[in-house]
Write a protein that binds this ligand. Structure first.
Ligand SMILES: [Zn+2]
Length: 535
């Protein structure tokens, strides 16, 4: 099926610039953007695709079945609609429209086919969305997260704690995580990201408590259910409290078991192809909970399997002091000594850097995931993003885990990144254009995904549509659409597509009904992860 959005305003990165394209048509098919240009002059497209079902196979069949055969509806969506229909007593077509699961043109086509009339050709092959009221941007790219941390969001005892005290208290709760709880938490965090316009996230999962059934699959399943692309980082912790590390010993794993599981998940789930929905990365947690030997072994394994490396670095002064005390080196120096700087590495935070370290990151092509909310929340400091960009370092944005951000909204993160670079006295510390680039193409480059974060032929059909009439845009779009997205309050997307498939449809999740799962999740958090679990 071809989808075409006509008459939209589009904002996207082109090389190092950000461009605004008025009255634009964006066409995509088979998960890939095939054309973008002025609406009146859009090039015709005829990509290879599955043929529509034959009319004689559809005549007399139920409307829902026809829509499923057309690829417009999933079985799960139909079950939800039939449930709702029982309460409303509407006809199913009306129910599907009210639930915003399909477009009117789909219903008209399916009804024509059902009654044996020949449906209009255009409706069969091409879904045309009137984009007159839409602002389109590429899907937002999140380069650092810990999806499981929605289990301890706003945890009272650490609302005003710095990183080490925050971690020490939360480890005590996190050790209760299991497979089902992890999947629920990841689903919640991913749903939040999707509803705010994110289409791909990195996840750094380092928590595998001893004796638990936690596996990375819980996160991969959640990403598939919500419909987002994911770079799942197989994280680890091996330096426990008894050996001088920060985490409790029962939150750490045996190093041979870590490496064996890293090999297993790469073997089973890593997809190196362009447009992949999931990739695996190797992501030991931090210098203060990983041994030097594990850093070395993980680096060697990543080189052997050609996967990315990710870790936290230079986040706080406590971490700096830990590295000086234990290794006699600052964090970046320590990582460099273990071969952990390079084009296949991206580091979260990088708040405390001197000039030589910034040069070193640039020379080694090491990339950075900037997490302004988390850095402010934990009073970690202000990352020198201006200097990193000027030195030529690749920088993306990360929301960081839900326990140190308490939210997962990338447009809000971009706005904070822009504002935070100005706090020190430079009113042009980060421009709207630079913030937009970091949230889209810049983040995609950090993740080695040149096919993402851009609206151009050949790029993935990951795109976000906002309603230009959203009050958050009032007055600002007429001035400067890029600044309207980066400097005004973040609007909510109306539609989000990943690989051309709707993930958010009229402001609601298209593939999953989170409202059904929310009560269970809240109950689990209350019983197992709150200050007085079980109370
Ligand atoms: Zn983090």
């Amino acid at each position: 099926m071809i989808t075409r959005i006509d008459h939209a305003t589009a904002v996207t990165c082109r090389h190092d610039n950000v461009v605004v394209l008025e009255d634009t048509s964006i066409t995509f098919a088979d998960g890939v953007i095939t054309a973008i240009g002025p609406t009146t002059g859009a090039a015709p497209v005829s990509p290879a695709r599955e043929p529509m079902p034959r009319l004689e196979d559809l005549v007399g069949r139920p409307l829902g079945a026809i829509l499923i055969r057309m690829g417009r509806l999933t079985s799960e969506q139909l079950v939800r609609a039939l449930d709702k229909q029982k309460q409303t007593h509407c006809v199913i077509g009306q129910t599907l429209l009210e639930m915003h699961l399909v477009y009117e043109a789909d219903i008209e086509w399916a009804l024509a086919a059902q009654s044996g009339r020949i449906p209009p050709e255009a409706a069969a092959d091409t879904l045309v969305i009137d984009g007159t009221s839409y602002l389109a941007i590429p899907g937002l790219v999140n380069t650092h997260h810990h999806l499981f941390q929605s289990l301890t969001r706003c945890f009272p005892a650490v609302q005003s704690a710095p990183l080490f005290a925050w971690l020490a208290a939360l480890y005590e709760r996190w050790r209760a995580v299991d497979y089902a709880g992890l999947r629920q938490a990841a689903t919640a965090s991913l749903a939040e990201l999707a509803l705010a316009g994110c289409t791909i996230t990195s996840d750094h999962h380092y928590l595998f408590p001893r004796g638990s059934d936690v596996r990375l699959e819980a996160i991969l399943e959640a990403a598939e259910a919500v419909g987002l692309r994911i770079h799942a980082g197989r994280g680890s912790m091996s330096l426990g409290h008894r050996a001088g590390g920060l985490p409790p010993d029962d939150c750490c794993e045996d190093e041979d078991a870590i490496l064996a599981d890293c090999r297993r998940v790469i073997e089973h789930y890593h997809d190196p192809r362009p447009h992949a929905m999931r990739r695996i990365e190797l992501a030991p947690c931090s210098p203060f909970n990983i041994t030097p030997e594990l850093f070395d072994a993980t680096r060697a394994l990543a080189a052997e399997r050609n996967v990315l490396l990710h870790t936290h670095a230079a986040e706080t002064l406590d971490e700096e002091q830990f590295c000086l005390d234990r290794f006699g080196q600052r964090p970046i120096e320590y990582l460099h000594g273990h071969g952990w700087l390079g084009g296949n590495v991206y580091l979260a935070h990088c708040v405390h850097l001197n000039d030589a370290e910034i040069d070193l990151l640039a020379r080694t092509a090491t990339a950075v995931a900037h997490c302004p909310s988390s850095n402010m929340r934990l009073a970690s400091g202000i990352a020198p993003i201006r200097r990193l960009l000027d030195a030529g370092v690749k920088v993306g944005l990360g929301v960081d885990g839900s326990s140190s951000n308490d939210g997962g909204n990338l447009l809000a993160e971009a706005r904070l990144a822009l504002l935070l670079q100005r706090v020190g006295g430079n009113p042009a510390g980060l421009t709207a254009t630079e913030a937009f680039r970091m949230a889209t193409a810049g983040g995609a480059d950090v993740l080695h995904r040149p096919e993402l974060g851009r609206l151009e032929p050949g790029a993935a059909a990951d795109l976000v549509l906002f309603d230009r009439r959203d009050p958050a845009f009032a007055g600002s779009l007429a001035q400067d659409p890029v600044a309207a997205l980066m400097m005004a309050q973040p609007p909510r997307p109306v539609h989000v597509f990943v690989a051309g498939r709707p993930v958010v449809h009229y402001g609601r999740l298209a593939r999953l009904d989170w409202s059904r799962l929310a009560a269970d999740f809240d109950q689990m958090v209350r019983q197992r992860f709150s200050p007085c679990p079980g109370a």
